[in-house]
Write a new protein. Structure first.
Length: 186
């Protein structure tokens, strides 16, 4: 159902014509997005992020983000949650867009730093087992391919695919993500 809703929203936004000036150097925007881990068995594995962008020349922009993610790992009949709190920043390059720049494709690269907490900081599991994983600082880099579609002169619908490399993470070092979001440009 969610995939159908996203597809309908995306197709309907492809036909919207916006004649306002877009991606002007100095223009800023605030965005919120929701991402999931591909092949995730449960809908309880997710990432929510909030960020800002600041446009520079030719549709390129700087971005910053703060995000929270939760991924659960199955241990017998118990789910062990791993919560991650990340801050990131980077630069996004304009790759392609239609003539009016209503639909754009951008490629971004950035750095990430944050904190990872396993099982809410509790080392003991319900059956008395002890976790060998500890809460720790994580850091790394990330890349994303972002499809942006202007709904109006200020509102932008986002669809993205990301690949991250996080050092010291208990989940895995490489994290692929798929997501969508919305941005408001001032």
């Amino acid at each position: 159902m969610n995939k159908l809703l996203i597809a309908i929203l995306f197709i309907s936004t492809m036909n919207v014509k916006s004649f306002a000036q877009q991606m002007i150097p100095g223009q800023t925007g605030v965005e919120i997005s929701y991402s999931v881990f591909p092949k995730s068995p449960k809908k309880q594995n997710y990432i929510v992020s909030m960020g800002f962008v600041s446009y520079v020349k030719n549709g390129n922009y700087f971005f910053g983000l703060a995000e929270y993610s939760r991924k659960n790992y199955k241990y017998t009949n118990y789910a062990i949650p791993i919560d991650t709190f990340l801050l990131g920043g980077g630069y996004s390059f304009y790759v392609w867009g239609d003539f009016m720049r209503n639909v754009n494709l951008n490629l971004g690269i950035g750095a990430l730093v944050g904190y990872e907490q396993v099982n809410g900081g509790n080392e003991l599991i319900y059956d008395g087992s002890m976790l060998s994983s500890a809460d720790q600082l994580i850091y790394g880099v990330g890349g994303k391919l972002l499809l942006e579609s202007y709904l109006t002169e200020h509102w932008v619908f986002l669809v993205n695919g990301q690949l991250r490399f996080l050092k010291n993470s208990q989940m895995a070092q490489f994290h692929p993500l798929l997501g969508f979001g919305i941005r408001y440009n001032f």
